[in-house]
Design a protein around this ligand. Structure first.
Ligand code: PMV
Length: 332
């Protein structure tokens, strides 16, 4: 390891939060103020290779073929630094990452990116971290990345320390054929980073109410997943997304992530649901809308969405597996 290049490659899926993480209790370690629940997205992935190379003078990072510098490189480097400290080495690394979906558009590329990086970097140094340790490591890169380590439907327990704040799977992907039709209305980079949003959340009068009620929403969401109960899930998922966006809008300064077409889709989904179609929306920190529905109606839902004005693309995704090493699963 001291004289040879050591390399590993891993893939991880992004996830959609059904109950959202918004606001940190510790912003350095990304310890959240409330727990969250998500689903991994099978058709989307980040593939990351990490090579620790004694002949490199400093860390390097390329994303989709482009050299990254500044804060993007710093975030990757500080996760690598944690791995180096755990492994007791000082060698720099070269990181090459590819997303098969648009970066920075509300489809959480940082979640799959830091999950794949944590697995590849730790394996390349010879560390054999368990799921919990990997989840904690990924969390330090981007909070929601701790959920992309695990398979299927995943809960992140907030905890109040580095040791206690990690995610675990509550149901495997095959448990429920829940489909996320991701409606892209814009592929631009989002105007405000989620790190800024987490910091500003506490300036909203509504944040304390949102956080105080989180255990109740988490319980309803967990039970809806266990019972594959779409109606119960739809109500709590839309409520939770609306609460987070209410906090964003009432932060100081106010954060508005929606485009006019975002609202068109929200209204269409609400009217379809009212008319009896099992469907609901949830929106992360971006203008794109995640439209959830049971698998048996996903064809119809995707077709209806494509007819709406301003829709650039609809990506149909299903529950996905855990982060994986290129030549074997995380836990063989
Ligand atoms: O992990 P971050 O810092 O990119 O924050 C993610 C925030 C949301 O996507 C809006 C919610 C979530 O729980 O994923």
């Amino acid at each position: 390891m001291k004289t040879k290049t050591a390399k590993a490659t891993a893939t991880a899926h992004p996830n959609i939060a059904l109950i959202k993480y918004w606001g940190d209790f510790d912003s350095n370690l990304h310890i959240p103020v409330n727990g969250s629940i998500s689903m991994n997205l099978r058709e989307l992935f980040t593939r990351t290779s990490v090579s620790f190379d004694p002949y490199l003078g400093h860390d390097q990072f390329t994303l989709d073929g482009r050299q990254v510098s500044g804060s993007g490189l710093e975030r990757v480097s500080s996760l690598l630094e944690r791995v180096r400290q755990m492994a007791g080495i000082t060698i720099s690394a070269s990181v090459e990452s590819h997303n098969n979906f648009p970066t920075g558009s509300g489809v959480a590329s940082s979640a799959s990116g830091f999950a794949a990086l944590s697995l590849a970097a730790s394996k390349a140094t010879g560390l054999d971290l368990d799921e919990k340790s990997l989840s904690r490591l990924a969390r330090t890169g981007s909070g929601s990345a701790c959920r992309s380590i695990l398979k299927g439907f995943v809960e992140w327990q907030a905890g109040s320390s580095d040791q206690e704040s990690y995610a675990y799977s509550i149901a495997p992907p095959e448990h429920w054929d829940l489909v996320d039709c991701i409606v892209l209305v814009s592929q631009d980079e989002k105007p405000f980073s989620s790190s800024l949003g987490h910091t500003l959340a506490q300036t909203s009068l509504l944040q304390s109410v949102r956080v105080a009620d989180a255990p109740r929403r988490l319980r309803i969401c967990r039970n809806a997943i266990f019972n594959s109960d779409f109606d119960a899930l739809a109500n709590v998922v839309e409520l939770d997304s609306n609460l987070m966006h209410a906090v964003m809008l009432t932060s100081s300064p106010s954060l508005l992530y929606w485009h006019p077409n975002t609202v068109t889709i929200m209204q269409a989904v609400q009217s379809w649901h009212k008319a009896g179609l099992p469907v609901c929306y949830t929106i992360d920190a971006g203008p794109n809308v995640h439209v959830l529905c049971p698998g048996d109606v996903s064809g119809e839902v995707a077709e209806r969405l494509k007819q709406l004005s301003g829709v650039v693309k609809v990506l149909v995704t299903h529950p996905g597996g855990p982060a994986m090493l290129e030549n074997g699963p995380l836990n063989p």
